[in-house]
Design a binder for this molecule. Structure first.
Ligand code: AP5
Length: 214
């Protein structure tokens, strides 16, 4: 099963993708996480990508498309994948269609996590994640069960993203409205777009997604 999770910044794509991985045995492919992995390296490329991400703008399509094209044919994707953060504009959606056709694959579901922008500012400003395993938490809505200790791996080191600062969040919303939202009709017209109420509690959103995935 191959699916796309769509939604504005902070709508819960990463949170839900990790849960789908566990319950459905398909792998999360987060373009944001893949890019962040490159920004740690002290290279010209890493610095360039970091500057773009920190400003809230999109990394050039050719970099992202090549990254996904290479990734979806890896053995760990053989049972399926969850695209989290890709595609992000119509050109990427078309490139995805082309690469799926080339590899004899198809899209089963496109799930939109629908959340009001006002709620998202609050979610992003309270977000932090584990330095070791990347598990995502929130100061109020999704705390580790033991204060300061990651549920996933027991690490005690956490980090906050540079692009969760208010100015970058504003830019990310703008990019979502102008470039990403126009993808919705592209999938709606093909009858594979499903909307989920992303304002609900995390467990309720998971339940709704599970109902769609069957
Ligand atoms: P990316 O990492 O993909 O960021 P994003 O799309 O902005 O999404 P987020 O990761 O911020 O949020 P999310 O929807 O995963 O929410 P989460 O589950 O964490 O991209 C970052 C950057 O990389 C881009 O700006 C761009 O520069 C670049 N990039 C990435 N892909 C690209 C592409 N395809 N093309 C070009 N550039 C690309 O949840 C947020 C918080 O809310 C958490 O604290 C969580 O615990 C909490 N929460 C989640 N669900 C709920 C709920 N139901 N109720 C209450 N709290 C909740």
């Amino acid at each position: 099963m191959n699916i796309i999770l769509l939604g504005p910044p902070g709508s819960g794509k990463g949170t839900q993708a990790k849960r789908i991985e566990q319950t459905h045995g398909i792998i999360q492919l987060s373009t944001g996480d893949m890019l962040r992995a490159t920004t740690g390296s002290d290279t010209e490329f890493g610095r360039r990508v970091k500057a773009i991400m920190d400003s809230g703008q999109l990394v050039p399509d050719d970099i992202i498309v090549e990254m996904i094209d290479r990734r979806i044919v890896q053995p760990d994707c053989s049972r399926g994948f969850i695209l989290d953060g890709f595609p992000r504009n119509v050109a990427q959606a078309k490139a995805l269609d082309a690469m799926l056709a080339e590899h004899g694959l198809r899209l089963d579901h496109v799930i939109l996590l629908d959340v009001d922008e006002a709620v998202l500012v609050d979610r992003l400003s309270g977000r932090f994640s584990c330095n070791q395993c990347g598990a995502s938490y929130h100061d109020r809505y999704n705390r580790p069960s033991q204060h300061g200790i990651c549920d996933g791996c027991g690490s005690t080191e956490f980090t906050r993203r540079a692009d969760d600062r208010p100015d970058a969040v504003k830019a990310r919303f703008e990019v979502y409205r102008k470039q990403t939202a126009p993808i919705l009709p592209y999938y709606r017209d093909r009858g594979i777009l499903r909307r989920v109420d992303g304002m609900a509690e995390i467990d309720a959103v998971t339940h709704e997604i599970d109902r769609i995935l069957g």
